[in-house]
Design a protein around this ligand. Structure first.
Ligand code: A3D
Length: 320
């Protein structure tokens, strides 16, 4: 059987890290596409030259030509601009929407059978636009945010309880951004829900509230530290987990920005929900019953995403 082909559209900070992780895990041959001349070629060559030492055996190519992504099984999209200190994700909308149009058309023409994972911000609106521009089936186009947001939540919880992050699971819903909804009652330490951990005296409601807020602000915390860009190691690691779930038909239950039509009271919107990812792409939405306060947080998040989708329609009339 031929090796899978992984196309990375955008060869910047996240794109380069994606290529490295895909190579180390030998997920398949990698094509890096970017409009910046030399960048994808330079990164592909540098990574290929580390193969003999690291022991990975995959082909890596950099390109400015969409024809080179032909037949890709997975496309991970990071093309666009990241935020700088003081910017919100939403400030990126106008410029990144144009990028999604070019990328969507490139994927449509060259890799229509791919599973597409969007990372470009503002995530929920960009994945929606990318699906429309590419015309690919909705279950084959999704966005990475929930795996990253829940990883941040897990990290902070593991620190709080001084236990291994392996034993901490976290559950995050809603749009990627300030309105994301971390669900504490479905977040556990070795199966023990956080409210029980509070009852057991391991932490307090105030400390959990602070961790929830730090999770919501997780992206801005890194932007503030780096000053010249945004997080890239954890976002790339999270997207690779989703790509692997698809390529290996793992049926992983992962939160992602998926097209929700009917569940959660939504009709036709990309937003962060728990999903099952396997060889069919986003094979299933896991609909949980929300409590009143959770529902109102989720509704707020959904409204924020709807606002961004409307803004996209205002900018590009083909989306209206
Ligand atoms: P960066 O290192 O700037 O890489 C972006 C790359 O896109 C650059 O190399 C550009 O040359 C390239 N590019 C720009 N326009 C095009 C185009 N039309 N076609 C192809 N390539 C193009 O950014 P990054 O890798 O740090 O971040 C990429 C995106 O991910 C940004 O929009 C970030 O905001 C976003 N991001 C999302 C998350 C989520 O959790 C959703 C987390 C972190 C970053």
């Amino acid at each position: 059987m031929a090796r899978p082909r992984i196309a990375l559209i955008g060869a910047g900070q996240i794109g380069g890290t994606l290529a490295h992780l895909a190579a180390i895990k030998e997920l398949g041959d990698v094509v890096l596409f970017d409009i910046a001349e030399g960048t994808p070629q330079g990164k592909a060559l540098d990574l290929a030259e580390s193969g003999p030492v690291a022991g990975y055996d995959v082909a890596l190519k950099g390109t400015q030509d969409y024809a080179d992504i032909a037949g890709a099984d997975v496309c991970i999209v990071t093309a666009g601009v990241p935020r700088k200190p003081g910017m919100s994700r939403d400030d990126l909308l106008g410029i990144n929407l144009k990028v999604m149009k070019a990328v969507g058309e490139g994927i449509k023409a060259n890799a229509p059978d791919a599973f597409v994972i969007c990372i470009t911000n503002p995530l929920d609106a960009m994945v929606w636009a990318l699906q429309v521009f590419s015309g690919l089936p909705r279950e084959k186009v999704c966005g990475m945010a929930g795996v990253l947001d829940s990883a941040r939540f897990r990290h902070f919880l593991a620190e709080e309880f001084e236990v291994s992050m392996r034993d901490v699971s976290a559950f995050v819903l809603g749009g990627h951004g300030d309105t994301m909804v971390p669900l504490t009652r479905y977040s556990t330490v070795a199966g023990i829900p956080l409210p029980d951990m509070i009852d057991m005296g391991w932490t307090t409601q105030e400390r959990i509230d602070a961790i929830v807020q730090r999770t919501r602000d997780g992206g801005a915390e890194i932007v503030g530290l780096l000053k010249t860009g945004s997080a890239f190691y954890a976002p790339a690691t999270a997207a690779i987990e989703m790509a692997e779930a698809y390529l290996k038909d793992q049926k992983r239950v992962l939160p992602c920005a998926a097209y929700v039509d009917g569940s959660f009271g939504l009709n036709g919107l990309y937003v962060g929900v728990p999903t099952v990812i396997g060889s069919g792409g986003v094979e299933r939405i896991v609909e949980i019953k929300l409590k009143k306060d959770e529902q109102s947080m989720f509704d707020k998040s959904v409204d924020a995403v709807k606002g961004l989708v409307e803004a996209c329609k205002g900018i590009d009339e083909t989306l209206a």
